[in-house]
Write a protein that binds this ligand. Sequence first.
Ligand SMILES: Cc1ncc(CO)c(N)n1
Length: 225
Amino acid sequence: MSFSQRLHDKAQPIWEASHNHPFVQGIGDGSLNLEKFKFFMKQDYVYLIDYARLFALASMKATSLEHMSMFAKMLDATLNVEMDLHRQYAAKLGISNGELEDTQPAPMALAYSSYMLSVSERGSLIDLVTAILPCAWSYYEIGKKLAEIPGAMEHEFYGEWVTMYQSEEFGEIADWLIKLIDQLAEGLPDNELTRLEEIFLHTSRFEYMFWEMSYNEETWPAHVR
Ligand SMILES: Cc1ncc(CO)c(N)n1
């Protein structure tokens, strides 16, 4: 079994919980309260700023020009394609780019980004790839599953979100990271693979908590904001 398959199997119950989360199901069937989606898009925007930084760090840690260049492409795709979707949604909702950028990260969003940055700054390239893989891979899986729901991609508001994350372009990022992690894991001892597995499970759990945070619009208590 490949290391990526081992990771996927181990994290499956967590990913299943994310897919079945009412926030995700609400995007698929169009029933999600728009205020919750607005909260999510603002939090996700600031999350993506740090996520993009991780691709820049990955390019720095990469040892081949081919990998450096691929991470640079992912940096560009995150900053100028994926975040553009957020800016378009925000504009429709009367939220300016400045407001998006000034969003105060909610506790769980800050914890997730800080965990990924900490693991990635301290570790090697495979630590970083392991930490960021659930982000791209689970969203691609969720996008493809939601796209199977009749009308999900045509929904007047959530259709663009589903269309984006089920797209081949988005899936190429996940597919390339999956191939890379299997390359980087070649020959590593099992105790090292088990250590990396825990990182993958942590960011898979954070993915679930990001849906939970968005559904409950969790922010800092008013008196400590
Ligand atoms: C929280 C989160 N996870 C994954 C993705 C996919 O890029 C995203 N946009 N936001």
